[in-house]
Design a protein around this ligand. Structure first.
Ligand SMILES: CC(C)(COP(=O)(O)OP(=O)(O)OC[C@H]1O[C@@H](n2cnc3c(N)ncnc32)[C@H](O)[C@@H]1OP(=O)(O)O)[C@@H](O)C(=O)NCCC(=O)NCCS
Length: 167
């Protein structure tokens, strides 16, 4: 299962040979500024393995987002997360800094929302975001996931939850 390509983007599963690109993305201090730390190469490898398990177990995960001619932009996709003791379908997105500010995350996240609706993956879609991560909250709002509540993540950090019922 993959989101439909958009006018400017296509999706594909991430695999071991994406390690250089994914380590570059998740190791970038700017991309990871709302996470506890930038990821090491070994942690980026774990991220790929986690998504490969997600594809196998659920049929979806975070996918590589690239241009139609194969330029790596980042990742975006759907994963199960737990927030306030409930299992929720989350849309997530990370873009290389040089590819931010072009609307790619919104375009990719909308395609993921459409897939979740078309495949009836969940009744609700959420985005769980650090309170000061305004660019991410703006993406959520642009894909019609309005602010729902402020709460605390499983690791004890404050987060805001954006959510909407899926049609
Ligand atoms: C979250 C993140 C993906 C958002 O990236 P982004 O570039 O701001 O979002 P988009 O790709 O949707 O681009 C939207 C911006 O591009 C602008 N833009 C320029 N050309 C555009 C076009 N052709 N179409 C649409 N938007 C366009 C929009 O005006 C908007 O800018 P604004 O927010 O200043 O108004 C990015 O900040 C990121 O990777 N952060 C680090 C990882 C992260 O925190 N992920 C979320 C974890 S919860």
């Amino acid at each position: 299962m993959l989101p439909e390509p958009t006018a400017r983007l296509r999706f594909r599963e991430m695999h071991a040979d994406d390690l250089d690109a994914m380590a570059g993305l998740l190791g970038d201090p700017d991309v990871m500024r709302h996470y506890p730390a930038a990821k090491t190469r070994a942690e980026a490898d774990d991220w790929i393995a986690w998504n490969e398990r997600n594809y196998a177990e659920h049929g979806f995960g975070l996918w590589v987002v690239e241009t139609p001619d194969g330029v790596f932009l980042g990742d975006c996709g759907l994963t199960w997360q737990v927030v306030d003791d409930a299992r929720e379908l989350e849309v997530g997105y990370h873009l290389l800094p040089r590819h931010q500010g072009h609307g790619y995350a919104t375009e990719a996240a909308l395609a993921c929302r459409a897939l979740a609706e078309r495949e009836h993956l969940a009744e609700r879609l959420v985005a769980i975001i650090a309170p000061d991560n305004i660019p991410s909250q703006r993406v959520a709002e642009r894909i019609r996931l309005p602010f729902d509540r402020a709460t605390v993540s499983r690791s004890g950090t404050p987060v805001v939850v954006h959510s909407a019922q899926l049609g």
